[in-house]
Design a protein around this ligand. Structure first.
Ligand code: ADP
Ligand code: ZN
Length: 293
């Protein structure tokens, strides 16, 4: 049986899967992200034992995805210092001697959602994860956008709200970027309680949905994706989606004349179709694409 390796490389955990040609998961394991010296041999042993014919990686970043650069496939300026400038792609290629495909974790998730999930059949979409950080993958004409590097939509500036008791946010780079104001850790810092425990009627959720609505309106105006998919731990709070839709409509203020907007964005700003499997499924699709290389 022909199998493919898929790796969702996260800052806290690595999800490793082996999938068959139909996309069924044959084996899966999760290991903690320690240093490359500790974690890489474990991952290489897993994929090697399964004799996968190619590997796809959706990785935390930022990543160098410029195929003409000598640093292609390296992690760049991550706060996880042990992984800074680590040649992730090259290390797997050399150890496993198989084709390896790499993209950002969120581009991989966006790809999976566009091919097989909520945005199936669409040419474009934005996938955003709201978790420990905020990241977004963009698909245009069916392909992940790289451009200069890759989008870092979590770090766009948003307008701080007058009712926000922590309007400066927590991003070490930017005084009021989306990630610094609306990630899980930002919620926890602002209210002294984890996002998981913040009650649904807490005013914190109004602030949270207002910031995420700014992102949605901005994305619609900036590059007009055919769908916005919001995933990640914080979005497990199911009451958030309708609040974000309502606030996005207010921000757009009738400016975008399209049925998706007049319908109330119910089918436009949505939860992932692949639930929590978008990332690993995207990594599998990258493995399939790398196979021919
Ligand atoms: P990661 O971003 O590390 O891959 P998650 O997407 O689960 O993982 O994000 C973790 C963050 O999301 C934490 O800050 C946590 O407080 C928050 N979170 C996780 N689950 C929930 C939940 N059910 N409700 C609200 N917040 C959650
Ligand atoms: Zn930032």
């Amino acid at each position: 049986m022909k199998t493919y390796g898929a790796l969702e490389a996260g800052g806290t955990k690595m999800v490793l899967a082996v999938m068959d040609e139909e996309g069924n998961t044959v084996r899966q394991t999760v290991i903690a992200t320690k240093t490359p010296d500790e974690t890489m041999p474990e991952m290489i042993a897993f994929f090697s034992a399964c004799s996968v014919c190619s590997l796809g990686i959706g990785g935390f970043g930022p990543l160098n995805l410029d195929r003409n650069s000598p640093e292609y496939g390296c992690i760049t300026e991550t706060p996880k210092t042990a992984w800074r400038h680590y040649p992730l792609l090259q290390a797997f290629r050399e150890a496993l001697k198989i084709p390896v495909g790499l993209d950002t974790d969120v581009n991989a998730a966006a790809l999976a959602e566009a091919r097989l999930g909520a945005a199936k059949g669409k040419e474009s979409c934005l996938y955003v994860t709201v978790g420990t950080g905020i990241g977004g993958g963009v698909i245009i004409h069916g392909k992940p956008v790289h451009g200069l590097m890759h989008p870092e939509i979590g770090h766009i500036s948003v307008s701080p709200l007058p009712e926000d008791p922590m309007p400066e946010g927590i991003c070490p780079y930017h005084p009021h970027c989306l990630e610094g104001l609306a990630s899980g850790p930002a919620i926890e810092k602002r209210w002294g309680i984890s996002a998981r425990e913040l009650p649904p009627d807490h005013p914190g959720w109004e602030i949270e949905s207002a910031y995420l609505a700014q992102l949605c309106a901005c994305a619609m105006l900036a590059f007009s994706p055919e769908m916005i998919i919001l995933g990640g731990g914080v979005m497990q709070q199911k009451f958030l989606l309708p609040r974000i839709r309502e606030k996005t409509l207010k921000l757009l203020n009738g400016y975008i004349a399209h049925p998706a907007v007049s319908e109330g964005l119910d089918r436009y700003i949505v939860a992932p179709g692949l639930d929590t499997r978008s990332g690993i499924t995207g990594a599998y699709l990258l493995a399939r694409e790398a196979e021919g290389e």
